[in-house]
Unconditional design. Structure first.
Ligand SMILES: Nc1ncnc2c1ncn2[C@@H]1O[C@H](COP(=O)(O)OP(=O)(O)OP(=O)(O)O)[C@@H](O)[C@H]1O
Length: 259
């Protein structure tokens, strides 16, 4: 069975796409069969993985029932991708069918055992698409920027997780909170770590022991159609993200020797 992991936080710019792209690329390099699903209308996951945006079917077409999920998946050097579409921004008003929370889970079920991992990148909001991702998922990773404002609004994610667990997907787990743009030398970052640990406890989860350090290489990688993992593999954030990939990959998919 596929492990389906959604990278989520309704706050913008905390590193969702950075983490999702690193997971797709890192798991693919370890020989896992991996699909990245981009449900953020901004389309940044596809862009980061080198996709030519706007050239084929998208997850929007799939959810509308206009094409099969198989026909919309695009293989890339870094793993398969189901690209996003700006039209997803009106999904909340457009998709009104009963059971609309299950649209994505239903479509992913057609893939059977084709993938070991499906990684879903989400928009900075808690809308119908985010709920669809939570309903389809086995686990969530919540990236947070290591600053106070990043913690504001976290209770809304908690409420959404509770709703999904109570009504749609009782098995949904929070795999962990992932602190990003972390500066271990700042006292503030230590205070943030304490707060993040309290939040994680409320979610029955933990803060990943590895924090993602800040580096400009992360911001430069998407312009080259790459995750920071391949764009700047020895940079601090790439090393940190490799740790997270290792945790997700487990013993089944160790890092190949030449990587
Ligand atoms: N560790 C880091 N060091 C430096 N810059 C980073 C780091 N992580 C992310 N960034 C930069 O921060 C910005 C936001 O990152 P990203 O797009 O991954 O966040 P997001 O949560 O997906 O955003 P959105 O909510 O808009 O979808 C990008 O410019 C990215 O390059």
């Amino acid at each position: 069975m596929s492990q389906i992991i959604t990278v989520t936080n309704q706050k913008g710019g905390v590193g969702k796409t950075t983490v999702a792209a690193a997971l797709v690329c890192g798991l693919h390099r370890r020989g896992a069969r991996v699909l990245g699903v981009d449900i953020d209308p901004q389309g940044n996951l596809g862009f980061t993985l080198g996709l030519d945006i706007g050239s084929g079917h998208t997850v929007y077409d799939v959810l509308k029932g206009a094409c099969s999920i198989e026909s919309a998946i695009v293989p890339t050097e870094y793993g398969d991708v189901l690209p996003s579409d700006i039209m997803l921004s009106i999904a909340d008003v457009e998709f009104t069918a009963p059971q609309r929370e299950f649209m994505l889970a239903h479509q992913l079920s057609f893939l059977g055992d084709r993938y070991d991992f499906i990684i879903i990148d989400t928009p900075p909001s808690l809308n119908l698409l985010t709920i669809n991702a939570y309903v389809a998922s086995t686990g969530l990773i919540i990236p947070m920027e290591a600053e106070v404002l990043s913690l504001v609004g976290i209770s809304q994610i908690q409420d959404t997780i509770d709703t999904v667990r109570n009504s749609f997907n009782a098995e949904l787990k929070v795999l962990g909170i992932l602190l990003n743009k972390f500066n271990p030398r700042l006292t503030l970052s230590k205070d943030i770590l304490d707060l993040a640990e309290q939040i994680a406890e409320q979610l029955n989860s933990h803060v990943f022991p590895t924090k993602i350090r800040r580096s400009v290489s992360v911001a430069m990688a998407p312009a080259h159609g790459q995750s920071v993992l391949t764009y700047s593999p020895s940079s601090k954030p790439a090393l940190d993200l490799q740790d997270i990939v290792s945790i997700v990959a487990g013993d089944r998919f160790p890092l190949p020797k030449q990587a």
